[in-house]
Design a binder for this molecule. Structure first.
Ligand SMILES: CC(=O)N[C@H]1[C@@H](OP(=O)(O)OP(=O)(O)OC[C@H]2O[C@@H](n3ccc(=O)[nH]c3=O)[C@H](O)[C@@H]2O)O[C@H](CO)[C@@H](O)[C@@H]1O[C@H](C)C(=O)N[C@@H](C)C(=O)N[C@H](CCC(=O)O)C(=O)O
Ligand SMILES: Nc1ncnc2c1ncn2[C@@H]1O[C@H](COP(=O)(O)OP(=O)(O)OP(=O)(O)O)[C@@H](O)[C@H]1O
Ligand SMILES: N[C@H](CCC[C@H](N)C(=O)O)C(=O)O
Length: 542
């Protein structure tokens, strides 16, 4: 059986992204669904049963409900013709889209705000799968993938059939004894996909689903109609201010998960002020924990000691009893993630010494503080793509015994929060000895402009040796050239991603493969270079 940490490297950039669906739907007709949603019906109605649901015309399958939603750029009703051609039976839409859907030959189920009803519609079509699964929802700026992956590993070891939905895709063990791993373009898939995935997991006897819930998901109603058995908050720091106007709005989106319509109970890390505030404002019972002994919480971490490339630590429980645990990834963030996993498992009924031992072994997460080489140069790949994550990762690596210089390769993604870019540059220059600013996923933006925005955060008085290098593989080459015995190279920002998005193209790219090859001194650059990168290296200096 493939465990989550295995078999994740080197696959082509474009992973399969067609979300799984159940083999059988609930058998509702469009008329039945209209009654359940209290929607107005426009156009002809048939008794044919709906087979599935999607909000993307390009993903319609015969018998589907096409959710033709108004979006930021366009209206889904424009694609009603394409949906009908692909076999959709009906459309869920608003009054603006109704006629276009009917003209395309679809029965229109009309509501003023169809997006808020999309999850309910899909849940009905698929037989309300979430009600029959144990569900865990994890939110926060950083740590969602880490916590869900560790949960998955621990539950697998405890022989509990588990599924996972998040940035690294959808994973579960199907009824035929196969491991299913399907890529995704989003952390939280669209509501119809979430419902379809849950229904498929249920068919394949999954008992527990651990799911990442992004702030976008809360605002766009992707996780509605799931009453999570337990929700987890990891932390909040600047990110996604392209989508949220303020940090307050970003916080509100995450905090909305901790309400009786979304979760029965919560586990909240109060290491930052946002977590402390959430614990006070949550409308569901919450268990709090902290890794900071100066803070008050139900569960407090004490006596953290470095242990190899990881940590050992004690947790003081509400009744005063103490347990010793370990994290296999170094640094306080992973101590926090390990405690979160322990408390989430306890909340769904898995407790005791055996469970804690299992949790202590669960902490290897692909692309998160992943050690790809140790001697003579340590090579680490991490998904830190925020200022906070970068600060913590660099501080953690600095503290690893025997570390000489820290060489940080950083960049920022295009079409994402621009405000975080200079802060990422600044923190890297404060905490690393050498900073190489390069490309992450430029998407539709000019990579040189993104690099410049990262560089602009670095004060001229920095003592760090700063380079700006076009082309990520060139930056990795430079890091390896500059590295000496005992140095640590950190490739930050892309973690376990298997592609680099440049414009609309996804080129195969895996930081782990690139760094391991170069540090092993084999198979040097030419074969691994993407078509996008200038050769020879163009070091723009500071
Ligand atoms: C900001 C945001 O989240 N936007 C989402 C939003 O886009 P939109 O409102 O602009 O939609 P639109 O492009 O105007 O299209 C309108 C409708 O027509 C449909 N359409 C469009 C074209 C077509 O050919 N056929 C078709 O059916 C679309 O599916 C959509 O329903 O609705 C679309 C589908 O309804 C989403 O695909 C889109 O996510 C975009 C692609 C996205 O990348 N979002 C990212 C930023 C995101 O969600 N990130 C979070 C971050 C996680 C974290 O780090 O914490 C995530 O959960 O991944
Ligand atoms: N509890 C934590 N607190 C702060 N930083 C963390 C924590 N856990 C992980 N990190 C850092 O954040 C990075 C991203 O972690 P992870 O992928 O688990 O977060 P995420 O919330 O899933 O991110 P995304 O929303 O982008 O998918 C890690 O590589 C690590 O550097
Ligand atoms: N879930 C995050 C991932 C960012 C990863 C980074 N490599 C980038 O492309 O910006 C986001 O969509 O903002």
């Amino acid at each position: 059986m493939v465990t989550p940490a295995e078999g994740t490297e080197g696959a082509p950039g474009a992973e399969e992204v067609v979300p799984p669906r159940p083999r059988r739907a609930a058998g509702l007709s469009a008329g039945d669904l209209a009654r359940l949603l209290d929607a107005e019906v426009v156009g002809p109605v048939t008794e044919e049963a709906l087979q599935g649901a999607t909000l993307d015309s390009r993903s319609v399958r015969p018998g589907d409900l096409y959710c033709a939603l108004p979006g930021a750029r366009t209206h889904g009703a424009r694609f009603a013709g394409q949906a009908a051609e692909a076999g959709a039976l009906a459309a869920l839409t608003d009054p603006v889209g109704a006629q276009e859907c009917v003209r395309a030959g679809l029965t229109a189920l009309v509501l003023d705000d169809p997006r808020t009803a999309t999850a309910a519609a899909a849940a009905e079509v698929y037989g309300r799968p979430a009600q029959q699964l144990t569900t865990i929802g994890v939110t926060g700026t950083n740590g969602k993938t880490s916590v869900t992956t560790m949960l998955q590993r621990a539950l697998l070891e405890l022989a509990v059939p588990v599924g996972m939905i998040g940035t690294s895709g959808t994973e579960y063990h199907d009824g035929d004894g196969r491991d299913v791993r399907i890529g995704t373009v989003r952390t939280t898939p669209e509501a119809p996909d979430v419902q379809g995935i849950l229904a498929r997991m249920l068919e394949d006897d999954v008992a527990v689903c651990a799911m990442e819930v992004s702030s976008h998901a809360m605002v766009l109603h992707r996780a509605d109609e799931i009453l999570f058995d337990v929700a987890c908050f990891t932390n909040l720091s600047q990110d996604h201010l392209d989508f949220h106007p303020t940090m307050e709005d970003y916080f509100r989106a995450k905090a909305s998960l901790f309400a009786p319509e979304h979760a029965r109970r919560g586990v909240v890390c109060v290491d930052d002020e946002w977590g402390a505030r959430l614990a006070g404002e949550a409308r569901i019972p919450v268990t709090t924990f902290t890794t900071d002994p100066r803070r008050e919480a139900d569960v407090v971490v004490e006596q953290v000691e470095a242990s190899g490339f990881g940590s050992d630590f004690t947790v003081r429980m509400p009744g005063g009893e103490r347990h010793r645990l370990s994290s296999q990834i170094p640094g306080m963030p992973y101590v926090a993630n390990t405690v979160a996993v322990m408390l989430l498992l306890a909340a769904i009924g898995h407790d005791g010494e055996h469970v804690r031992e299992t949790v202590s072994r669960a902490g290897v997460v692909p692309g998160r503080m992943e050690l790809v080489a140790e001697h003579p140069v340590r090579g680490v790949v991490d998904f830190s793509h925020t200022e906070d994550a970068l600060a913590k990762t660099l501080a953690t690596l600095r503290a690893v015994p025997g570390t000489r210089r820290l060489i940080a390769v950083i960049g920022a993604g295009g079409d994402r929060d621009r405000g975080k870019r200079p802060h990422m540059g600044a923190v890297a220059a404060d905490l690393a000895d050498v900073v190489i600013i390069t490309d992450d996923n430029p998407r539709s933006e000019d990579p040189a402009s993104i690099r410049e925005q990262v560089r602009a955060g670095i004060d001229g008085s920095t003592t760090a040796d700063v380079h700006v290098v076009a082309g990520r593989e060139n930056a990795i080459d430079l890091a390896c050239e500059l590295a000496d015995v005992g140095d640590t190279i950190l490739l930050a920002g892309k973690g376990a991603e298997k592609g680099q998005t440049i414009g609309d193209t996804v080129l195969p790219f895996d930081d782990r493969v690139q760094l391991r090859r170069r540090l092993a001194g084999s198979d040097a650059a030419p074969a691994a270079r993407g078509a996008d990168s200038p050769t020879p290296r163009d070091d723009e200096g500071l």
